[in-house]
Design a binder for this molecule. Sequence first.
Ligand SMILES: Nc1ncnc2c1ncn2[C@@H]1O[C@H](COP(=O)(O)OP(=O)(O)OP(=O)(O)O)[C@@H](O)[C@H]1O
Ligand SMILES: [Mg+2]
Length: 458
Amino acid sequence: MKKLSVKLGILFFLIIFGLITFMFFFLHKGIAESRVEEELKALKARGNSHSAILEKHFSIETIDHVVLMESESMTDVIITDKNGNVLGSSSDTASFEKYLRIPSSSISAEGEIVEDNWKDEPYIATISPIEVNGQLAAYVFMFENTASVHSLIQGLNDHFFLAGWISVCLTIIIIIFLSRGITKPLLKMKEATSQISKGQFSVSLPIASNDELGDLAKSIELLATDLNYLKQERNEFLASISHELRTPLTYIKGYADIVQKRKLPDEEREKYLKIIVEETNRLSELIKELFNLAKIDQNSFVIHKECIDLKLFFKKMEQKLSLAFQEKKINFELLCPENTLIQADPLRLEQIILNLLDNSIKYSQAGAKIELKAWKNKKSIHISVLDNGKGIPEKEIPLIFNRFYRVEKSRTRSLGGTGLGLAIVKELVQAHGAEIMVNSQENVGTEIELIFKGELKR
Ligand SMILES: Nc1ncnc2c1ncn2[C@@H]1O[C@H](COP(=O)(O)OP(=O)(O)OP(=O)(O)O)[C@@H](O)[C@H]1O
Ligand SMILES: [Mg+2]
């Protein structure tokens, strides 16, 4: 984690530092050039104004006057005749000689720049012509020591250096805070996940931000609660499974012991053996159903959807169940319009409906009424199994889909239920992308409704 903040910091720093250097380089160059240009312009303007005066009064006195004025200023002047002979100079001409080149072609009245290489030369220089009566009479050379330009640029450099330092320091401070801000919540999340892996699921992460980090924190919390739930569910499941397996095994062992140890009359022996067989069947049924559930859980089980005509489908099931209905004198009614089509796996759908009908038969008195209905809605197909049996107490309704959940343990035990039927039904219904709803009232009856979205027309 620490490494991440260092990496981020260095990366940010290099990028920002590069940008700053790049920007400063161009800014500096631009400012320096325009400053020198201004100096040259000012120098030329000064030369031009001297030449304007001299054009009016071209005499020794005026030349001396101009020279005297310049001797007190930062700049220097040299006035030559048109052949380059010095007429007047504000200081020693020796250091200016190399600039006193008389141009071969005529120069404009605006003057021209003679030397602008401020970096290497000791002076920058301009030239302005003096015309008397329309004839070129003399030249005014203006000079400015580049030392002043250099000190100007030096000052600029100092400013840039200071600004550079300040921005580098600010960048470093900002980067430190920024990378802390990013890595701190990450560190917390790392701690939280290692807590989770140790089995401590009650982690709470302060979700301050609304960004990806906040999302990550939320996901981690969600993961923790999910894991907690799964762990609890697994514990309950294991507890109930061992209970469910133990009970029939105790019966089997008990009766087997009796049959083995005592000399029993044939009739009684037969009775005990029958119980043993029944309990063994129950056990193998239980294990088969558990295996089924495990397959659904793993998603290793595939739904092969087909187009099913519900009316024909239910008719066939009614025939299969007719014996069970007769035994309990059930008054069964099938309400399904012709041509009600559905996309479902026929084997699984049969398993679902059989389970629901089996419950309705099991938890209803003899002579009860059971209805199996199907109807079309705009965008869905509904199937419902309705009975007027014992019903389910309201507060137990949410629990009946749990594995091994039975409303009255003793009652259902005598009926041979395992409490897995509805758990399997729910998984199968969900595998179809459908919904299941329970509507039940104690001592009135139960209706279980399945909703399949999106029907199909043949
Ligand atoms: N139609 C119904 N009327 C009244 N109670 C019901 C009805 N259907 C389910 N129940 C209650 O819900 C419980 C769970 O049903 P489920 O089908 O999961 O288990 P089971 O019928 O006991 O066992 P299995 O179906 O595995 O043989 C039942 O034990 C019963 O108490
Ligand atoms: Mg059942």
